[in-house]
Design a binder for this molecule. Structure first.
Ligand SMILES: [Zn+2]
Ligand SMILES: [Zn+2]
Length: 240
């Protein structure tokens, strides 16, 4: 009920007060053209599993040594850009109207459409979903699935509650430990991923521990390939 009221209020507010850019404040749209142009796209010369900058496209030493369970990472923009501001506003300030703008911003051209069979969003735990009212990754994933013409399932991957959000974990190692055992595949829907190529969707990729944990659970459930499409990538150096 509160969620519905909030949605009505947000829509009414948008009618009374015209939209303004969440990054620069300019009137007209929620993310203005200038800010979109100022947002740096993820370079082609990065690790294909973690987006770490490399001299040429390939797999970085860390991903080779760690044996990443992710087969491919597709990042669209760097997080420290206006698109990152919009992701934060979408997620933490409840600017749900940004869904349309952000969902259309995945760099679909860089992705190989025939690589995946279906899209799964990185899930949120039920209690978190209740308090926020929506899972931003589910909204983005649904939009991306329509653009790519792929099946979409939001009930296959389940997330257990983690007491401290990943964004508040102090180090990369702490993130990795906290997320272990966080995901599982719903036994009623195991057949959906068995032998299938799955593309996970999330809003931010930082250390990769979240999508890595989800990918290894999907592989254990029989997925033959697991990639991830993330709207923004936050270079790991910024956490060290
Ligand atoms: Zn702007
Ligand atoms: Zn890598």
């Amino acid at each position: 009920m509160i969620t519905v009221l909030r949605q009505i209020t947000t829509s009414a507010l948008n009618l009374v007060f015209p939209q303004s850019c969440v990054h620069c404040g300019k009137d007209g749209s929620l993310l203005c053209d200038l800010c979109i142009r100022d947002s740096t796209a993820v370079s082609k010369d990065v690790c294909r599993k973690c987006a770490e900058p490399l001299a040429k496209p390939g797999t970085c030493t860390r991903c080779v040594i760690d044996g990443s369970s992710l087969d491919r990472l597709y990042g669209s923009f760097l997080y420290e850009t206006p698109v990152g501001t919009a992701v934060r506003a979408f997620k933490f300030d409840d600017v749900r109207a940004l869904a349309g703008v952000l969902g259309g911003m995945f760099n679909v051209e860089s992705m190989n459409r025939s690589e995946a069979d279906l899209i799964l969003p990185v899930p949120m735990h039920k209690s978190r979903l209740r308090s926020r009212g929506y899972n931003q990754s589910e909204i983005l994933g649904r939009k991306l699935s329509r653009r790519m013409g792929l099946e979409f399932h939001s009930d296959v991957l389940i997330r257990a509650e983690n007491t401290v959000p990943q964004s508040e974990q102090p180090t990369a190692a702490a993130r990795k430990t906290a997320i272990q055992g966080a995901f599982s595949v719903d036994t009623r829907h195991e057949s959906v991923v068995l032998g299938k190529r799955v593309l996970l969707v999330d809003d931010v990729f930082t250390t990769g521990s979240t999508v890595q944990a989800a990918a290894s659970v999907l592989k254990a459930a029989g997925a033959s390939w697991v990639g991830a499409a993330v709207l923004t990538v936050q270079p790991i150096e910024s956490l060290k």
